[in-house]
Design a binder for this molecule. Structure first.
Ligand code: ADP
Ligand code: MG
Length: 674
């Protein structure tokens, strides 16, 4: 048994290490930079860099890298060793403040969308001291932001940091009005629950589709899927437990609060939830979690699938983005605390800000999770629909109703829940949680955004969330700062907001067919595909929002739009090409091998006078199906809509062609391989 407290954060240049390794004045300057974003002087940076290097070398590091998050959605790194020649044949280990603060990677091969023309090859990375440096693979990794040489952002971190600043400023305005004059800043906190699949690595290697696209493009329905519900929270298999143990250790070393692990609904599906932390750190950590999952799986002879829908017929994977706001004085703004919620106006006003934001910017939230992979999941009765709505729970909903109607609120509605078992204490019914179908649920002290796909960076959804809620808070503050009677103004503002935006509140079943119709009647958006959603990036309302709060400029918005759309088309195209390759080079040859052997047997039997009805029937069926498959696959090159038809034909063949002949492991092999 490892000493976990000792292991935890042992590979992180965190506050404790800084305090220990840095002279006091340097530590204080650095701390100030971390706390309020003030600039770090080069003299200070030199001392910090040197201390970091010595610490990293002690831990076995030989290299350093700026670690950044380009628009690919994953992380990028370029390792340089610390060596620096002195004299003829010796070296010293060197790392300067300049190298710590700024890097100049060749940026021309990262997605830059419409910025490409002005962008050339130059770009630079700049240290984000709010996220600690860490050691991975014997390299000191320095979390950085990534910009073009002319300053346009090309990454997922810079706008996130900007959005944190903006929501902090606007939230502080409101808090001041409520008398919280001691609050200096507010930070969004996030806990991202990560779903994933684990399958046997050897079988993974036999599937071109999994290797090239992350999901299976073929595969007949297995005799057993998730219908017995015997996997969710089930006993974890020994091989998976070994993987999880190893993964936890790797994550703990990196200072990641890996906390909860369990089996998920589908066979071979699991989840890991860390304890929440500041959103920018949570974003970095989620990237590391995904990377480590893949790497640790590999060590255990497993393959980790992060795609939103690796298998048809069983649930796909998502990422629940739990989001809240906390003040530097420790108040969670979405936790009513000891004050009954109906009397806690600050809490209710912040809830109103979210309700308004989600209603006004349904399109932005939807497009922040718009990818080809996530299209397979949203609205497929395993994940929320593509329609945004908010679940508030019965209690908050009735409080809101009473505010809207200006009637008094009856708290009895949130009565006691009888567990029916005498030994269990009766507990206050949790009125806020457990609507698992809602895309955006209030869960008592935080919101849970459930539309995020499992493979996505959580950066985009949080940039949007922070910015849209900041905009609501900004409008509220503009009104309240000029109010003559503050109390009455707050009540009036809440009444107006709830009345105007009540259409977005929905406590019912989001998977129900009726909801789609009702949502349409309410005028809510239903952007079914990523492409439907992405065009809203360019709407005047959304552009104005990003410009107003200086999150993105026009060139950056255009670039992001281009990149997201291009990624979508590239992904679909790769899938189509992979399908064609698998049909022509694997499936059809396998089918003909089988046909050949089968017809030989039939001929042989006929020669000794045995009529073989089954054999002939199978031969006819297979040759008819393979003919259509061949024709349809030719059309695939021009039409992506044929993909589903091609799949069905191939899957049908899979169920009739002999097992030994089929060129890939089947769903049953893959899903029950571990
Ligand atoms: P569930 O019931 O959805 O499985 P939990 O209540 O265990 O979830 O919490 C899920 C996630 O929410 C965890 O990552 C947890 O750390 C996170 N979380 C809890 N409180 C907050 C908060 N105030 N801000 C952000 N995330 C939070
Ligand atoms: Mg959850």
């Amino acid at each position: 048994m490892k000493n976990v407290p000792e292991l935890f954060s042992s590979m992180v240049f965190n506050d404790t290490v800084m305090r220990e390794k840095l002279p006091k004045d340097v530590y204080n300057s650095l701390h100030k930079t971390i706390a309020d974003g003030s600039e770090l002087e080069i003299a200070i940076a030199n001392v910090v860099a040197n201390a970091m290097k010595d610490w990293a070398i002690e831990k076995g590091a030989t290299h350093y890298t700026h670690w950044f998050q380009p628009m690919t959605g994953i992380t990028a790194e370029k390792h340089d060793s610390f060596i620096s020649p002195v004299g003829d044949c010796s070296i010293i280990m060197d790392f300067s403040g300049k190298q710590l603060i700024r890097g100049e990677p060749d940026a021309s091969s990262f997605p830059s969308g419409g910025l490409r023309a002005t962008f050339e090859a130059r770009g630079y990375t700049a240290w984000d001291p709010t996220s600690y440096a860490f050691i991975k693979d014997d390299s000191l990794c320095i979390p950085t932001a990534f910009c073009s040489y002319s300053g346009e952002v090309l990454d997922k971190k810079t706008p996130l940091l900007r959005s944190i600043k903006v929501i902090s400023e606007q939230a502080v305005r409101i808090l001041k009005l409520f008398g919280h004059t001691d609050v200096e800043n507010v930070i969004p906190t996030v806990g991202a629950e990560q779903e994933y699949f684990l399958i046997d690595k050897e079988l993974f290697g036999k599937r071109k589709d999994l290797k090239l696209t992350g999901r299976t493009l073929f595969g007949a329905k297995p005799p057993k899927g998730q219908e017995l519900d015997d996997h969710y929270f089930g006993v974890i298999k020994p091989r998976v437990i070994e993987f999880m143990k190893d993964l936890n250790e790797e994550l703990w070393k990196l200072g990641i609060y890996a906390k909860t692990q369990h089996n998920e609904t589908a066979p071979a599906q699991h989840e890991l939830a860390p304890i929440f932390t500041k959103v920018n750190v949570a974003t970095d950590h989620n990237q590391l979690i995904m990377e480590m999952m893949k790497r640790v799986a590999d060590r255990h002879g497993l393959a980790c699938l992060l795609h939103e829908k690796p298998f048809a017929y069983v649930n796909g994977s998502g990422k629940h983005n739990n989001w809240s706001l906390v003040t530097n004085t420790g108040i969670n703004l979405f936790d009513p605390g000891k004050i009954p919620p109906q009397e806690n106006k600050l809490f209710l006003l912040f809830l109103c800000a979210v309700v308004k934001a989600v209603d006004e910017y349904q399109d932005l939230l939807r497009l922040s999770v718009a990818t080809a992979g996530n299209d397979h999941r949203l609205g497929k009765h395993e994940a929320p629909p593509a329609i945004l709505s908010i679940y508030l729970g019965d209690e908050i909903k009735s409080i809101f109703d009473s505010i809207r109607k200006a009637t008094s609120y009856d708290p009895k509605i949130a009565g006691q829940m009888d567990s029916g078992v005498n030994v269990l204490p009766s507990f206050q019914k949790d009125t806020t949680d457990r609507n698992r179908t809602s895309p955006f649920a209030f869960t008592g002290n935080k919101f849970e955004f459930r539309m995020v796909g499992s493979s996505l960076s959580i950066s985009e959804p949080n940039i949007v969330l922070n910015t849209i809620v900041a905009e609501s808070l900004c409008q509220f503050a503009d009104i309240l700062e000029n109010a003559i009677d503050f109390d009455n103004a707050v009540t009036a503002l809440m009444k107006e907001t709830i009345t105007k935006h009540k259409r977005i509140i929905f406590n019912g079943n989001n998977y129900a067919k009726e909801w789609v119709i009702e949502a349409e009647n309410r005028g809510l958006l239903n952007l079914k595909t990523a492409v439907d959603a992405l065009v809203y990036y360019k709407s005047e309302k959304n552009i104005n929002l990003f410009l107003k709060h200086k999150i993105l400029n026009l060139a950056e918005i255009n670039a992001r739009f281009d990149i997201m759309l291009e990624n979508y088309h590239k992904m679909v195209n790769i899938e189509a090409l992979t399908m064609i390759e698998m049909v022509n080079r694997d499936i059809i040859p396998a089918v003909y091998n089988y046909l050949n052997d089968l017809s030989e047997s039939v001929t042989k039997m006929k020669s000794i006078g045995v009529d073989n009805h089954a054999g002939i029937a199978i031969i006819n069926k297979i040759s008819d199906t393979v003919d259509i498959l061949y024709e349809k696959t030719k059309q695939l090159e021009v039409s992506h809509e044929i993909m589903q038809e091609v799949r069905c034909l191939a899957d049908e063949l899979e169920t009739i062609v002999g097992n030994d002949y089929w060129p890939f492991p089947t769903y049953a092999d893959l899903l029950f391989s571990v």
